[in-house]
Write a protein that binds this ligand. Structure first.
Ligand code: MG
Length: 384
């Protein structure tokens, strides 16, 4: 029996993770869950899964939940509560599915306390990948990715000699605007961006998918997870999203991982690894698929991808700065304070202005992160 903590249990990945747990009651037990403020769903999850620890980031909401919680449940709040949950002795694996940079400290805390990690958040790794991977190695902690592309690469590399790897093909659906003309992107609405053709996901990642920054963040994520330089990772647009990524070895052999576009598949594998459990959701039907298509990504139409490659080649504090500037741009875009095509413009100006540190510690990364946020806000307010 594996005891799991789910950070972000009311989000899209969190809910899917609970469905996986529901399918295998003899394999996994939920001992802790957390959410920002959605206590209605959280209390339903508490009634079904009986976790020992619950954390609500919003303090007022946590007090409201505390009055409803039954005996034997501790309700914690704010970031301190979340960190306490990550340290708890009863937890074996922490599934990190909160979005954005707020996952960084919980993730580091969980690793410091020897918890295995099932990682759905990409921003923390993008910000502090070298520090996180070094710490995980020192603590003998495994970080198993949930992101479908990273899960695919992880599966293709299993049992292989990594020094024989020639290239990683990081596949991308191309987002909702693959066929939209560049000139029509300028006035694209928030509603249009939030309608993604393949995956139903949270708002931040849906906007990132539309700008292709999501693929850029995945490029950085893959570099850290698999210790591969940027020039060995090639982004390939594959609209059907059936191949979740591929690896090519020096002898010309390519291994690909294929499955239905269902997030429960990589979530389940991250929790059950190295075993495969039988599930009844969806199996691929190749005769119905008929064809798979591939094309080069359009760097001109989607400058965010090129900016991510730039940060990936420079490293140091650049990835953290890219990520922070992008987080601010996405928030401001969702508030209708920034146009869709201005997102890469602001991120680029922030990268240009940044005085980078080659080998930052966690504090240096957090400083670069706050500097980039301030700097992006300033640029955005000056724009209107
Ligand atoms: Mg992905």
């Amino acid at each position: 029996m594996k005891n799991i903590a789910i950070l972000g249990s009311t989000g899209s990945i969190g809910k899917n993770a609970l469905e996986v747990v529901r399918r295998f009651p003899g394999e996994f037990r939920v001992v802790a869950i957390s959410a920002n403020s959605n206590i209605d769903l959280l209390s339903r999850q508490m009634r079904e899964f009986h976790p020992k620890l619950v954390c609500v980031i919003d303090r007022a909401a946590s007090l409201a939940l505390r009055s409803k919680a039954g005996r034997g449940v501790r309700v914690l709040s704010e970031e301190a509560g979340l960190l306490e949950l990550c340290r708890d002795k009863r937890v074996d694996t922490v599934l990190v599915s909160i979005s954005g940079s707020q996952a960084l400290l919980p993730l580091v805390t969980a690793i410091q306390h020897g918890k295995d990690i099932a990682l759905a958040n990409k921003e923390a790794l993008v910000m502090a990948g070298s520090i996180i991977m070094e710490l995980a190695a020192r603590k003998n902690v495994r970080i198993i990715p949930i992101d479908s592309e990273q899960s695919a690469i992880w599966q293709c590399l299993e049992g292989e000699d990594k020094s024989r790897l020639r290239k990683i093909y990081l596949t991308a659906s191309g987002g909702p605007f693959r066929k939209t003309k560049a000139k029509d992107l300028k006035n694209i609405s928030v509603e249009k961006v939030l309608r993604h053709p393949r995956w139903k996901m949270g708002r931040k990642i849906t906007v990132d998918s539309a700008t292709l920054m999501n693929k850029g963040l995945e490029l950085l994520e893959a570099m850290f997870l698999f210790d591969v330089p940027a020039d060995k990772i090639k982004v390939l647009v594959h609209p059907e999203a059936v191949i979740h990524s591929m690896v090519e070895f020096v002898d010309g052999v390519v291994m690909a991982q294929l499955s239905a576009t269902d997030m429960r598949i990589p979530i389940q594998y991250a929790l059950s690894w190295p075993r495969r459990l039988e599930h009844s959701a969806q199996y691929l039907d190749f005769a119905r698929l008929r064809a798979l298509h591939f094309e080069e990504p359009n760097f001109k139409k989607f400058p965010c991808l090129g900016l991510a490659y730039r940060a990936a080649r420079e490293m140091g504090t650049y990835p953290a700065v890219l990520n922070a500037a992008n987080e601010v741009c996405v928030e401001e875009f969702l508030k209708r304070n920034l146009g869709f095509t201005s997102i890469p413009k602001v991120v680029e100006r922030v990268l240009d202005k940044h005085r980078f540190i080659k080998k930052p510690d966690l504090e240096g990364i957090q400083e670069a992160d706050s500097w980039a946020r301030r700097s992006a806000y300033r640029l955005i307010t000056r724009m209107d």
